[in-house]
Design a protein around this ligand. Structure first.
Ligand code: NAP
Length: 284
């Protein structure tokens, strides 16, 4: 392997330590940051991920509460709950876990959530603000990737970036954020032709697909930067597997995120950072 590791675990730890100081200052001024999680997942892996977010929130001193969506929860109960948390001045940030169960209208729920509490940056209001270059909360996962690039002083200006995946929570906002950093961005998806050739022209490759080890080393231009957001369970293998074939990609890349320990911990750090920003905005 020749690539430099973009250590999301280490940077996330550093960010969380800085957040703890900011939270202590807020508490001295009578504001106790509070993250509320609407828990929708039934599968154990998602639940474990939510638990981890809540645990890290508590470690930096953020109050963490939750409300469970169950198969019995009706749309009106969900909307009433969202209206209640919108009105609650003690709650600064809300994480609306998704996907919601099929009987619930997720778009209505996201539209109902106040953008000033959308610390995950996934409501249409927040995404619209990103598109319009207006201030607002940015989507936690792509924001985490940008923080990693900034930390490693990567100047995206003029660089060619290929973002593989166009989901609303990841691929699209990642492409917009790279565009804001003056990269020339191509968005790829399941109908894209000649993806390996396209990637080979890129200085930055973002993999946000959900297909284990789809991106191969020979797709990567020597010296390119690889950001792998994927985490996939693969039968017979322990732990998470990224969307990139790590060993072969690391042979060609100059920098690469590991899975685990790359983008994942940065997502949580960005979410918590947004929550502290939300609490601080009350004092400004
Ligand atoms: P998603 O909503 O399923 O979107 C996947 C995207 O990949 C779609 O745009 C799809 O294209 C594209 N795609 C699928 N097969 C492809 C192919 N063969 N070639 C090119 N593009 C292809 O997934 P997501 O929510 O964005 O998540 C993507 C990955 O990131 C998953 O592994 C997920 O677990 C992970 N993730 C990580 C974090 C984190 O904190 N690290 C957070 C969220 C998600 P179409 O639009 O054409 O279908």
């Amino acid at each position: 392997m020749s690539a430099h590791l973009l250590d999301g675990r280490g940077l996330s730890k550093q960010i969380r330590s800085e957040l703890k100081t900011r939270v202590d200052t807020l508490k001295e001024k009578g504001v106790h940051p509070h993250l509320h999680v609407v828990v929708a997942a039934q599968d154990p892996a998602s639940l474990a991920y939510v638990r981890m977010k809540r645990k890290w929130a508590e470690e930096v001193g953020i109050i963490s509460t939750s409300w469970d969506v169950t198969p019995e929860t009706s749309q009106s109960e969900l909307m009433d709950h969202i209206a209640t948390i919108n009105q609650d001045p003690a709650i600064h940030g809300v994480l609306l876990q998704h996907p919601l169960p099929e009987h619930l209208d997720e778009d209505a729920a996201l539209l109902g959530l106040g953008s000033e509490k959308d610390v995950d940056g996934i409501t249409p209001q927040s995404l619209g603000r990103l598109t319009a270059d207006l201030p607002g909360f940015r989507c936690a996962t792509p924001l985490g990737m940008m923080k990693l690039l900034d930390h490693h002083r990567v100047d995206c200006t003029g660089k060619r970036a290929v973002v593989i995946g166009r989901s609303v929570i990841l691929g699209k906002p990642a492409a917009l954020m790279l565009l804001q950093k003056n990269a020339t961005v191509t968005m790829a998806h399941s109908r894209t032709q000649n993806l390996p050739e396209l990637c080979r022209e890129a200085d930055i490759v973002v993999a946000a697909v959900g297909k284990p080890e789809m991106v191969k080393g020979y797709w990567i231009k020597p010296g390119a930067i690889v950001l792998d957001a994927g985490y996939n369970k693969v039968e017979g293998r322990s732990g998470d597997v990224g969307d990139c074939e790590f060993e072969s990609c690391a042979e060609n890349a100059s920098m690469i995120t590991p899975v685990p320990g790359g983008v994942g911990p940065m997502t949580v750090a960005s979410l918590l950072s947004n929550c502290v920003d939300a609490a601080e905005s009350l004092l400004s």
